[in-house]
Structure formats: C-alpha cells, structure tokens
Design a protein around this ligand. Structure first.
Ligand code: ADP
Ligand code: ZN
Length: 436
C-alpha cells in the first residue's frame, strides 16, 4: 500500500506530543472563550477564570458540555470571540426546526481547516494530478466549500459543480475525465441508476475514488458503490459546528477514520449519563475544536454514535480512528417497543444483490400497532422474471430483516426510479405515526 502524507510530522506525532499540543491549544481556546458572553458566564460557573487553570487533559471534565440548543439560543453573536472585521467566513445551518446556528472563521481558522482537508485528501492517495468533481452543495452548507479549498490546496483540478443536475454531472465527469468525487452516498447510488439513460457505462468514466459523507451509510453501501463504479470509496466525517468536513477521514487502508487529534479533542460518552467511555465502547461522539479562534466550542455533543479503535493503523498515523457512525441518539425508531436504527435496516438490504440503489423506511400506526414497511427499488431485470421469484425475494428480504431487528416488516418492491430521489442528504425515514 502506498502511504503518502501531507504533514508527516503532525500525522505521526507521538501520543505524548499530541496531548501536549492539545493542552496548549486548549489554553488558547479558553483565552478566546473568556471573551464571549456565552463562555464568560459558563466558565465562571465551572470555576475557570484563566487559561492557566487548564493544566492537563483531565481538566476537560471540568468544562461543561455544549449542545445544538446552546448555539441556537446564542444566535447570532453569543459565541463570537473576535471583532466582526476579523471574521472572513460565516457558515450557517437552519436545521430541522428552522432556528439557525452560525459558525465564524477568522483567516487563521480557515487556513487551519483547509490544511486538515488537504491532509485528509492526501491520506486517501490523491495528488495534484487528480481531477476533483465536488458534488456537495456550496453556499452556507460546509460540505462544498470545505473540500473545495482543501482540494485546491493540494493542487487538484477542481470542478465546483455542487449538487444536483445529474445529466450535467455525468457530462462533466466524461469531458474532464474526473478521477475523484465528493458526494453523498445516496446521490452516488442514484446517479448509477441514471447512467443508462445517458448512454454511459461506469467503465466509460475515469473515476478512481469517491469521498462519501454528510449522512450515515452502511459498510455494505460502501462495498456496493465500490463495485458498481469500480472505485475506492473513503468515509468522510464532519459537522458544521466543528467547521464541517475534515474532522475525520479514512486513509488508504479504509479501516475507519483518523480523527485529527491535533485539531480536535475527541471524547466518547455514555449519552444517558455523560460519563466518558473507554476506547472500543460505543457511545456519543463529543468534540472540541482546538484550531478555531473566532468561535470557541467545547465538548460539543454531536448526537452521533460511534466508537474509537484502540489499535494503531498500519499507515503509521497516530491519530486514533473513529468507527463508522452507527446511528444518532435521536434517530432510533421504537417500533412496537423494539429499538431499531435505520442503519441496521440499510446494512441488511444493501447486502442483497437484487436490491437496487434506493430504499425508504415507512412507519404507520394500524390500530394500536406500529407497522414498519421497507420499500426497496430492485433492478428492472427482476420484473421480467416470474412472479414467484419476486415473492421469494420479498420473503428473503423480510426474513433477513426479521433475523436482525426481531420485528416483521412488510416489504414493497419497486421499479428503479419509483422512490423519491435525494441529491444531497437523504431523508429515508417517513414516520406517519406522530400525525395520529
Ligand atoms: P446538519 O446538522 O444540519 O445536518 P451538518 O452538515 O453539520 O448539518 O451535518 C453533520 C451531521 O451529518 C453529523 O453530525 C452526522 O450526523 C452526519 N454525518 C456527516 N458525515 C457523516 C458520515 N461520514 N457518516 C455518518 N454521518 C455523517
Ligand atoms: Zn491509517
């Protein structure tokens, strides 16, 4: 395996070196935080009035957690630590409730973030010779601009097309011989189902790699996409509160994501008690940004569930690896009293070869019972066969799901193109139970 580095010294730093850097950067961030209305008050309550009071990483425990609601309630400037004229970039997300959150970056913060993305891109083996088609939305969403800056810093040829318009995406891939994509897994699945329409086969494209992120997806979805396109797909994790992508990224070994610990402090906690969990145990990811001066944010509760790999990666990077996101504390479905994560359902259906590139999960209440329906698109060749074969497939999908989630779902088989299409983050769960 050919391992290349963007900044070998930092990426292979000793644990002691990383921890020392984390402590000194935390002191800087506490100094910034003491300038914000939000943290002045909060840190005082935690008994912290100067950066020197933060002496070792165990002092993290003294700091309060932060949550999305803190950002909303302090919109727009409650967490701003510098004069507005120092700010060179604003990102904002409206979230589901419509109350916005905002992220501020000073020039040095933008440089540091861009550097993390360049590092992530190089870790996947990309070079300046690659042609990079960025199919994530631009604008206030961090996915587009984040990778864009990183790819330019590496010197790749960047096509800043953004999301949507499948025909143009395919055209661009062909005309410029795109080698690397940045895209949501759901949109990459969808594009495959449209290639035929534009008289294109995957082997007519020049794709080698894809960076997949912004939404949860299973290992089987990755494997499926790798096979459909003949590419290597790398998992990419980030969230706007931590700037966006570039928090954790897979290296060429594709065995989960190096979380850049010189820039972020990672904790895994028990979501119910807030207590720290040891490496290897699954819990809620909690993150602190160490390289953002304009807007400090400590111990942010992401609601994402994952675990940390205790063992080192063969690539030689010392930054610990974060597992694939296993779900969110708020996306668990309770179906007739049984806990089900949408990710479990995806893992099963994407392992069945006849299943195509799209699916939906539907919940309804029938009488006093919940009804779970899984709608899957299957390849059109299946519909030309016998009805018996369709029934057998339905039963097979149902049995496999029942074995894992212990409830008995209804299965609907659909033709390609029948289910809703997502060009950005997918919304695959429709829960109509609350309406009743
Ligand atoms: P919003 O919170 O409005 O959806 P973000 O872009 O900040 O906007 O979304 C970040 C969230 O997206 C993460 O907290 C996580 O739940 C999800 N996410 C991002 N990347 C991945 C990934 N590689 N795997 C699973 N989930 C991801
Ligand atoms: Zn590695």
């Amino acid at each position: 395996m050919n391992v290349t580095f963007w900044n070998k010294e930092v990426e292979t730093m000793s644990r002691g070196g990383i921890e020392q850097l984390q402590v000194s950067r935390m002191q800087q961030r506490i100094a910034d935080a003491l300038k914000t209305p939000f943290y002045q008050h909060r840190l005082a309550r935690a008994g912290i009035s100067s950066p020197q009071q933060f002496r070792s990483l165990s002092d993290m425990q003294k700091l309060p957690f932060a949550a999305k609601d803190d950002l909303r309630q302090n919109y727009p400037t409650g967490l701003l630590a510098v004069a507005m004229e120092q700010v060179v970039r604003i990102h904002s997300s409206s979230g589901t409730t419509g109350i916005p959150t905002v992220i501020y970056l000073a020039q040095e913060d933008l440089n540091a973030w861009t550097d993390l993305l360049a590092r992530s891109i190089v870790a996947t083996g990309c070079t300046r010779k690659d042609v990079f088609q960025n199919m994530m939305s631009y604008g206030l969403f961090t996915g587009g601009l984040g990778l864009h800056y990183g790819a330019e810093r590496v010197g790749m040829t960047v096509i800043p097309v953004g999301g949507g318009n499948t025909q143009r995406q395919i055209q661009l891939m062909k005309n410029f011989k795109t080698t690397v994509l940045h895209i949501t897994p759901s949109y990459l699945l969808h594009i495959h189902s449209r290639l035929n329409e534009f008289k294109t086969r995957p082997q007519d494209l020049h794709l080698k790699k894809a960076f997949l992120g912004a939404e949860p997806y299973s290992e089987n979805t990755r494997l499926k996409l790798e096979e459909l396109y003949g590419i290597d797909a790398y998992n990419s994790y980030g969230l706007s509160e931590m700037n966006g992508p570039g928090v954790a990224f897979e290296c060429v070994y594709k065995q989960d994501m190096h979380l850049w610990e010189d820039a972020y402090i990672l904790e895994i906690i028990d979501p119910a008690t807030g207590q720290p969990l040891p490496d290897g145990e699954k819990g809620e990811v909690v993150l602190t940004n160490l390289v953002r001066s304009a807007m400090p944010l400590f111990r942010y509760r992401t609601r994402d569930l994952a675990f940390v790999h205790p063992e080192p990666c063969p690539c030689g990077r010392t930054h610990r690896r974060l597992s694939r996101i296993q779900g969110r504390t708020d996306d668990m479905l309770i179906v007739n009293g049984v806990n089900v994560f949408p990710s479990q359902i995806e893992e099963v259906i994407m392992s069945i070869p006849e299943v195509g590139t799209n699916y939906m999960i539907h919940l309804a209440r029938v009488g006093s019972l919940d009804k779970l329906t899984v709608k899957v698109e299957i390849y059109s060749k299946m519909f030309t066969g016998e009805l018996n074969a369709l029934d057998a497939l339905k039963n097979r999908i149902r049995d496999r799901l029942r074995a894992l989630i212990t409830i008995n779902p209804s299965i609907e088989l659909h033709e390609p193109g029948a289910l809703p299409v997502f060009e950005g983050k997918a919304k695959r769960v429709v829960d109509e139970r609350e309406k009743l």
